[in-house]
Design a protein around this ligand. Sequence first.
Ligand SMILES: [Zn+2]
Length: 64
Amino acid sequence: MDETTREHKKCPFCAEWIKAEAVKCKHCGEELSSGKDEHLPAWLTLFALAMVGFLVAWFAGAFD
Ligand SMILES: [Zn+2]
């Protein structure tokens, strides 16, 4: 493993090499997730909200 791959990573947006600790690409300006994905994807949030709404409606109907 050489220095470049150990301390640098490839930007998924523009494929340029940037520092591993970088949170923003200096080449294209895109924000990068620092290693692990902390925030949930938008579709998962919407899916969770839809499920909660469905369950609430279902329980409301069941106990009516
Ligand atoms: Zn980039």
